[in-house]
Ligand binder design. Structure first.
Ligand SMILES: *Cc1c(COP(=O)(O)O)cnc(C)c1O
Length: 223
């Protein structure tokens, strides 16, 4: 299937989810996750109209960035090792995986301009997942105030790999509630307007629960 056809189907489902939840289609950004595919396929994704691409590893990102550059906005969605921050931080537009102080410190030090970050939250508490526990998020965000180059634009989570759609919905709802609590604080360094949640199998639920950024790999570009 070409990317344009896949995108058409995804957009139809997005519109349905928007109608169901009384939301505006235009407030949702699709991040095309190209980690499984070739540079050519990533270029096809851009040609299909996707302006935001996501990569989860330094090597994969740098390889595509070299060819595609700023024809796309780049979202780093994977775990970022502190020692590798300097290789990517001045090339990406958004970091979706800020989850520890040591990483914030390194990002703050290595970047040439403020970085738009999502704080990653492990809502479901699965041991295999990265991200802060629910209760750790607010204190962490408060601590980030001392890093002038960190701007917390939102929260990010990954739902557990389960079939129970209501349980997945519960995870997304908790993240949305937490975002609300943070927004209410009106932190200057943490406007926290965005919610990065929803992937190929659950983006419709994520939209119904308030996602502003959905990260779609396999159903959009293939795997
Ligand atoms: C791979 C990945 C995605 C996309 O996953 P699909 O299920 O293929 O849509 C989204 N977010 C993160 C953090 C990922 O690592």
């Amino acid at each position: 299937m070409d990317v344009a056809e896949n995108l058409k189907e995804i957009e139809e489902n997005m519109r349905k989810a928007c109608v169901k939840s009384n939301r505006n289609f235009d407030e949702i950004t699709i991040i095309g996750v190209t980690k499984y595919v070739t540079i050519e396929r990533a270029e096809e994704t851009i040609d299909a109209g996707i302006k935001n691409l996501g990569e989860n590893r330094n090597e994969g990102f740098l390889e595509k960035y070299e060819k595609i550059g700023n024809k796309a906005s780049w979202h780093f969605i994977g775990t970022l090792q502190s020692r590798k921050v300097k290789d990517v931080i001045n090339k990406i537009d958004y970091l979706h995986s800020l989850d520890r102080k040591s990483l914030a410190k390194e990002v703050n030090k290595r970047t040439e301009k403020p970085v738009n970050c999502f704080v990653q939250v492990n809502v479901s508490g699965e041991e295999s997942k990265h991200g802060l526990a629910h209760g750790g998020v607010l204190p962490f965000i408060e601590e980030l105030e001392k890093f002038p180059n960190i701007r917390v634009v939102g929260l990010m989570t990954m739902a557990p790999h389960i079939d129970d759609r209501e349980e997945i919905r519960g995870v997304f709802r908790q993240l949305a509630e937490l975002r609300g609590q943070i927004k209410e604080k009106n932190y200057k360094h943490a406007p926290c307007e965005y919610l990065s949640m929803g992937m190929s199998n659950d983006y419709d639920i994520a939209i119904e629960e308030g996602a502003t950024h959905i990260r779609i790999g396999s159903k959009l570009v293939g795997s």
